[in-house]
Ligand binder design. Structure first.
Ligand SMILES: [Zn+2]
Ligand SMILES: [Zn+2]
Length: 390
């Protein structure tokens, strides 16, 4: 099959699908309409199996005419709690919710690919799994895995995924070997002191003073304890304590995130626990620390990286395959799949200042560059072909 030709024949349909999803965005685990559209679209393709998973998740399976490896492709389907201000004629019709991260594009691309593959079974030496994942923005992948998604998918030997990227130029594909997106854990620290009258601090134990020591310790850790070659960031995003200026509170709660673009996150977490405990101890406070996984480290498989780099070169030209300074401190829960099976994840560039498609993801004015959809489909279909034949 001529993949490029097949993709361009379906391009208009994929753009139509994407615009419809864009008009009707839905939040994580509430993607009911989206999920129904996906299931019905896949059903019309006569796939071998279609499963619902974790409520709104959908897994479609297509067996080729010859036996071979099983490869899974993943698209995320959720939108964000954002009021859209993109000015597009097909803007969100749901107040306060918008596809401002491009997941409508990811979903439409994977549906288009499924349609092409379904009419070319004779060219598939193996099995293809199309996985549509809810709630990427808040750890939906782990829920699907807990609900048995990988078993339903027939335990694939490789997983591919991508993200449309507003700060990479249109016509480029970027990827990194190994770590590409940071692990992200959320921390919640509860500090307990002893409340009382603001005029008598010596009779109280102020948890706010303890928090200032915790923050100083975290800042020192960030600046002095970490090698710049091992990117690590601890950020505090919320602090709540007190209700009145003349009252010293009993409690304080602070929350934030710990991000690591390397495999030693456990060491960083242990040090954070130690710093917080010691800083609170210094101020005679007690504390509890909880750490919850937002997403794991997304690290590409080195062999799949080589295959993907070669493929991308064929799609956009070797000069447009970016492999330096590609890794980011943001995360994607695609990592939950790729830490269990060899995975490959890359960015499809879509920035074009003239079209306004260089506005950051998650911004109210975010615009998707629909020209990137064909690139994304061609890239993944060629990569699957190469992988199954390797
Ligand atoms: Zn996002
Ligand atoms: Zn996203």
């Amino acid at each position: 099959m001529d993949i490029q030709k097949a993709v361009s024949a379906i391009q208009e349909e994929v753009i139509g699908l994407r615009r419809d999803l864009h008009r009707h965005p839905e939040l994580g685990f509430r993607e009911y309409r989206t999920s129904k559209i996906i299931s019905e679209y896949l059903a019309a393709l006569n796939l071998d199996e279609i499963h619902q998973c974790s409520g709104t998740g959908v897994i479609g399976i297509l067996r080729g005419s010859r036996p071979g490896k099983t490869v899974m492709m993943r698209a995320d389907i959720d939108a964000l709690p954002i009021q859209e201000e993109s000015g597009e004629p097909f803007s969100s019709e749901t107040p306060g919710i918008a596809h401002a991260c491009g997941h409508d594009g990811h979903t439409a691309m994977l549906l288009g690919e499924a349609k092409i593959w379904a009419s070319h079974r004779d060219q598939i030496p193996g099995t293809l799994v199309f996985l549509f994942q809810p709630n990427e923005e808040d750890a939906g992948a782990q829920v699907m895995i807990d609900d048995g998604a990988l078993e339903l998918a027939g335990n694939p030997q490789a997983v591919f995924g991508c993200h449309l990227k507003s700060n990479s130029p249109i016509g480029t594909i970027s990827m990194a070997p190994g770590p590409m997106m940071a692990s992200s854990y959320y921390f919640r620290i509860r500090i307990k002191g002893k409340g009382g009258h603001g005029g008598y601090p010596h009779l109280c134990i102020n948890p706010i003073s303890a928090a200032s020591h915790v923050i100083a310790a975290i800042d020192t850790f960030n600046s002095l304890e970490q090698s710049v070659f091992r990117p690590t960031v601890i950020s505090t995003g919320m602090i709540h304590a007190g209700e009145k200026e003349i009252v010293i509170p009993d409690f304080l709660e602070m929350q934030g995130s710990v991000r690591c673009l390397h495999f030693d996150h456990e060491q960083v977490h242990a040090r954070l626990r130690e710093l917080v405990t010691k800083a609170c101890d210094l101020c005679r406070c007690t504390c509890e620390i909880e750490l919850k996984c937002g997403n794991s480290l997304l690290a590409n498989d080195e062999k799949l990286f080589e295959l993907a780099k070669e493929t991308a070169g064929e799609v956009v030209g070797a000069d447009n395959v970016l492999t330096r300074d590609v890794a980011v401190m943001g995360g994607d829960d695609f990592a939950e799949f790729s830490m269990r099976i060899p995975g490959m994840y890359y960015f499809i560039g879509m920035a074009d200042p003239e079209k306004g498609t260089d506005v950051p993801n998650h911004n109210t004015k975010f615009r998707l560059n629909e020209d990137a959809l064909a690139t994304g489909m061609e890239m993944q279909m060629k990569l699957v072909t190469k992988y199954l034949n390797s």
